[in-house]
Design a protein around this ligand. Structure first.
Ligand code: SF4
Length: 285
C-alpha cells in the first residue's frame, strides 16, 4: 500500500540516532530504535527517549512488532542504574520506561521495573515516571510490585480489538489485559493505547474504548499501525486525521476520558509528558 500524504514523514538519519546515543550506555535499549518508531527524528531532537528494559529480545510473537523475537537475555542487574543515569544526563522531566515481555521470568520482570523506578526517583526526584508494562500473564502480585514503586502513570496497551487478537497477538488475552488495567486504575493514573489500521471497524474501536473506560483507564492513545516489514502483519487501512479527531471527540466528550491523544503518528509514549501536563497542569511537559 502506498502511504497517503498525511503519513509521509522524514525518516531520521543515522546521525540523529548517534546524537541521542551519546547519552546512553551502549548496553541500553530504547523502544524508539527497537520498534523503528517513525517519531525518532522529532523525539531525539527534543532529547526524548523511551527506555526499553529487560533486554532487546521478546518472548512473545506479536505480528505487529519490530522488536527482536529471540531467546531472552540474562537480566542486567545494573540496568536500573544505567537508565536513571541516562535520564538524568538527558534532563528528562517525564521518563517513560517499557520492556520486552519476559514470560520466562517468575515475576515477568516486575521487580526490575520497580528497581528502575526507585533508581530514577533517587537521581531525578522532580521528574515524573510512566511505565508501559506487559500483562505479567495476569499476575496481580507482579503488578502490585510495580505499583508499590509508585509510578506517576501506569500504561498497558490493549493494542487492538479483541476479534484480531488471535491473528496479531496470539499469546495475549484481551480480558486479561483489561483486568490488569482495572486493578492498576484502583491506585494510579492509568493509560492504554491502540493501533488502528489493522482491519478493525469503527464500532469495534468504540467498544474497546467503552471497555477501557469501564476498567478505570483515564488516558487513551490511538495511532496508525505501520508494518515494520513485509513479513509483519500488513496494514489494512490508513485512517485519515479527521477520523482520529472523531475518536478523540467520542472518547473525551461522550465517554469522559481525561485525555484521548489520537493521530496518525501518535504512539503510547509520544509527547507523553505533554499529555500528563494537559490533565495535571504544572506536571511534566
Ligand atoms: S514516540 Fe515514543 S517510542 Fe517513538 S521516538 Fe518518541 S519517545 Fe521514542
Amino acid at each position: 500500500m502506498r502511504y497517503p500524504d498525511w503519513l509521509k514523514k522524514n525518516i531520521p538519519k543515522a546521525a540523529s540516532n548517534l546524537r541521542i546515543r551519546k547519552y546512553l550506555d551502549s548496553t541500553l535499549h530504547t523502544v524508539c530504535e527497537s520498534a523503528l518508531c517513525p517519531n525518532r527524528g522529532e523525539c531525539f531532537a527534543r532529547k526524548t527517549v523511551t527506555f526499553l528494559i529487560l533486554g532487546g529480545a521478546c518472548t512473545r510473537r506479536c505480528r505487529f512488532c519490530a522488536v527482536v523475537q529471540a531467546p531472552p537475555e540474562p537480566v542486567d542487574a545494573a540496568e536500573p542504574e544505567k537508565v536513571a543515569l541516562a535520564a538524568q544526563k538527558l534532563g528528562l522531566q517525564h521518563i517513560v520506561v517499557t520492556s520486552v515481555t519476559r514470560d520466562d521470568l517468575p515475576d515477568g520482570g516486575a521487580g526490575h521495573f520497580a528497581g528502575t523506578i526507585a533508581r530514577i526517583r533517587n537521581s531525578s526526584p522532580q521528574s515524573t515516571i510512566e511505565v508501559l508494562t506487559p500483562d505479567f500473564q495476569g499476575r496481580f502480585s507482579a503488578l502490585a510490585a510495580v505499583l508499590a514503586a509508585r509510578p506517576d502513570i501506569f500504561n498497558h496497551n490493549i493494542e487492538t480489538v479483541p476479534r484480531l487478537y488471535a491473528g496479531i497477538r496470539p499469546q495475549a488475552d484481551y480480558a486479561r489485559s483489561l483486568k490488569i488495567l482495572a486493578q492498576a486504575a484502583k491506585s494510579v493514573l492509568t493509560k492504554s493505547g491502540l493501533m488502528l489500521g489493522l482491519g478493525e471497524k469503527a464500532e469495534e474501536i468504540h467498544a474497546v474504548m467503552q471497555d477501557l473506560k469501564a476498567s478505570g483507564v483515564s488516558i487513551v492513545t490511538l495511532g496508525q499501525y505501520i508494518a515494520p516489514s513485509k513479513a509483519h502483519y500488513p496494514v489494512r487501512e490508513f485512517i485519515p486525521p479527521d477520523k482520529f479527531a472523531e475518536y478523540k471527540e467520542y472518547g473525551e466528550k461522550e465517554l469522559g476520558f481525561k485525555a484521548v491523544f489520537a493521530g496518525p503518528f501518535v504512539r503510547s509514549s509520544y509527547r507523553a509528558g505533554e499529555v500528563l501536563a494537559q490533565i495535571r497542569p504544572g506536571q511534566a511537559c
